[in-house]
Design a protein around this ligand. Structure first.
Ligand SMILES: Cc1cc2nc3c(=O)[nH]c(=O)nc-3n(C[C@H](O)[C@H](O)[C@H](O)COP(=O)(O)OP(=O)(O)OC[C@H]3O[C@@H](n4cnc5c(N)ncnc54)[C@H](O)[C@@H]3O)c2cc1C
Ligand code: FES
Length: 286
């Protein structure tokens, strides 16, 4: 829904809905998990989203910032976020305890085309905090397992203690209905049992890929894209089936302020999910 439609249908699009932090705990040294519930149950149920969309979270006295939804839409009622401490808003969020009130507005952005992805094989490549949006799509695929073909995950982090949701991904490795490979750039523990090396070193471990039938998703630090995209291309995955979520500075989230604009594209409306085809035609996107 674009900003104008939202304005017409719901009044002020900038008005956050009051919500409560139900659970929060550290995931790594500088990343925290937040589970959030709207105070008004009707608003909770009306908050329908797609994996890959984002919400604006506000903290009284500190301001607001955009964050990807990390929970899957297949588990309505509670919203989950995975947030790295970066500055004033995230710093204020980190100081809040369970039961504290925040504001949430959204969902915004295009999200992943999950209807088109149904019936296809899904290959997800994650680097670091890129787990935030990709966890939503992965859990959605697993919650609707019969609607997707082969599901594969390649996940890389700098070191074991920086692998966000590490236990969750080790548990996934035990499931028989997906392929999951984990890597760290460096093992500083001496007890890491998985691959050591950058995330692209996991590609040779993948079982046979059927490129025409595969959607390949990637999110991670900017430096990672070039190398992962090269691997997707080597696998002959069509460029319009390669999807990535990209970040830009955002203020309004609804196509009004122009902060996220690149030429005629508003990242908050036309993104944050783009195909490799989009990126090749607009190199400033990465
Ligand atoms: C669509 C979208 C989804 C996002 N999802 C997540 C998420 O799931 N988890 C998460 O931790 N973060 C996410 N971010 C980034 C998050 O919005 C920023 O970290 C946040 O706005 C920082 O706000 P702050 O007030 O704490 O920091 P500020 O005080 O505003 O800034 C602190 C530092 O961070 C830099 N910074 C601020 N915003 C950005 C940005 N968008 N990109 C790069 N650098 C920035 C500033 O230049 C400054 O150096 C997302 C951003 C976008 C646009
Ligand atoms: S964030 Fe305001 S136009 Fe996109």
């Amino acid at each position: 829904m674009n900003g104008e439609t939202r304005c017409r249908e719901e009044g002020n699009p900038f008005l956050p809905h009051p919500a409560r932090i139900v659970r929060t705990y550290p995931l790594t040294q500088d990343v925290k998990f937040f589970q959030i519930r709207f105070l008004n149950m009707d608003q909770a149920l009306a908050f329908k989203y797609k994996p890959g969309q984002f919400a604006m979270i506000s903290v009284l006295g500190a301001g607001e910032a955009p964050f990807c939804l990390s929970s899957p839409p297949s588990r309505p009622g509670l919203l989950e976020f995975c947030i790295r401490k970066a500055g004033s808003v995230t710093g204020a969020l980190f100081d809040l305890k369970e039961n504290a009130m925040i504001g949430v507005r959204g969902p915004y952005g295009n999200g992943f085309p999950i209807e088109q992805m149904a019936g296809r094989d899904i290959l997800i490549t994650i680097g670091g905090l890129g787990v935030a949006p990709l966890r939503s799509v992965l859990l959605y695929c697993l919650d609707n397992r019969d609607q997707f073909g082969k599901v594969s995950v390649l996940y890389g982090a700098k070191k074991p203690s920086e692998m966000i949701f590490r236990e969750e991904y080790f548990a996934l490795k035990e499931r028989g209905d997906l392929e999951c490979h984990l890597a760290v750039d460096a093992d500083d523990t001496g007890s890491w049992t998985e691959n050591v090396g950058v995330v692209t070193t996991l590609f040779p471990k993948l079982s046979k890929v059927n490129p025409e039938n595969t959607y390949a998703l990637v999110c991670g630090p900017p430096v990672m894209y070039k190398f992962v995209l090269r691997e997707f291309v080597k696998l002959s995955i069509p460029k319009n089936q390669i999807l990535m979520t990209l970040e830009r500075r955002m203020k309004c989230g609804v196509g009004k302020c122009g902060h996220c604009a690149i030429d005629y594209i508003y990242t908050c409306l036309d993104g944050p999910v783009f195909t490799y085809w989009d990126v090749l035609h607009m190199r400033e996107l990465i």
